[in-house]
Design a protein around this ligand. Structure first.
Ligand code: NDP
Length: 265
């Protein structure tokens, strides 16, 4: 049987862990697949490129997830909910689009129990693609952002929104850093004085940045809070994509055992 080919499309794409995650799992689970990366500069050529490379499936990363959504013939529930696609499969010459970031995020959060009130630090793309979904799952979401502009659409959608200047802290069970503060610098996502008002009464803290003990996580740990970085979200979106790539032949735990190795190499 011929080998199934997969790729990740993005720009930049050289840093992506997806090829390693998927190839480790293909090899260990004896699936005849190979996963590579493709630098896609013009998102409007996504469908043409996908078909020309004779791929069975792709993942899509920044900045092409909206173009990926537009390129699909069929969309799953999560893709429709968040308006972006990060996984596409070709079946019978039709493109099926999925969003596995969203269920990956939900699964990572659901591992903390008894969470109801969540404080998002940040109001960018990641907050945008998860806020409604979490609301539908029954969580109360409050957003705190350094500036007003990005908060407007959340406010219109009925979320409680604050800037650092207008913030009046309540008790939040879970605090999530969704900003890029701490990614390439050593900044906190909000003034320390604000974080020290909310972290002590929280149950847990998450940073969506992965593979780094960010200043936010360091502060949460100083208050002895359970923490998680963004690795589980990245891992879980990959596992859900792998299930689509391989027609659900393997269990979640089986895939997880293999893919996790990409994070310790
Ligand atoms: P966006 O560029 O869409 O939004 C950035 C947000 O961060 C804005 O709210 C911005 O505030 C805020 N911000 C940036 N710098 C600072 C700072 N120094 N202090 C306070 N706030 C700041 O980013 P994304 O939503 O696309 O990505 C956010 C983070 O999520 C990134 O670090 C990214 O790496 C990570 N990520 C992780 C994933 C995973 O799988 N683990 C998946 C996707 C993203 P303002 O509006 O005031 O500019």
């Amino acid at each position: 049987m011929s080998q199934h080919l997969f790729a990740i499309f993005g720009n930049p794409v050289s840093h992506s862990k997806s090829p390693l995650m998927h190839n480790l799992a293909f090899k260990a689970l004896k699936f005849n697949g190979c996963y590579t990366r493709h630098l896609l500069t013009d998102g409007t050529t996504l469908k043409k490129t996908f078909l020309a490379l004779n791929l069975k499936g792709i993942n899509i990363t920044v900045p092409h997830k909206e173009e990926a959504y537009k390129a699909c013939d069929e969309l799953d529930y999560f893709a429709k909910q968040v308006g972006v696609v990060n996984t596409i499969i070709k079946k019978d010459n039709k493109l099926y689009g999925y969003n596995t970031d969203a269920p990956g995020f939900l699964k990572a959060i659901s591992e903390f129990k008894n969470i109801k009130n969540i404080l998002f630090l940040g109001a960018g793309g990641t907050a945008q693609s998860t806020a409604n979904l979490l609301k539908e799952e029954g969580y109360n979401i409050t957003l705190l952002n350094r500036s007003q502009a990005r908060l407007d659409k959340f406010k219109e959608a009925g979320f409680k929104t604050y800037t650092f200047e207008t913030f009046t802290p309540l008790t939040y069970d879970l605090i999530i850093n969704m900003t890029s503060a701490g990614l390439e610098d050593e900044e906190l996502p909000a003034p320390k004085s604000i974080l020290e008002q909310v972290i002590p009464s929280s149950q847990a803290c998450i940073d969506v940045i992965y593979g780094k003990n960010t200043p936010f996580l360091q502060l949460a740990k100083a208050y002895k809070k359970p923490t998680k970085d963004g690795s589980d979200m990245l891992l879980y979106q990959g596992i859900f994509a792998f299930e689509y790539f391989t027609d659900a032949q393997y269990s979640f735990e089986e895939i997880k055992t293999q893919m996790k190795k990409a994070f310790i190499l």
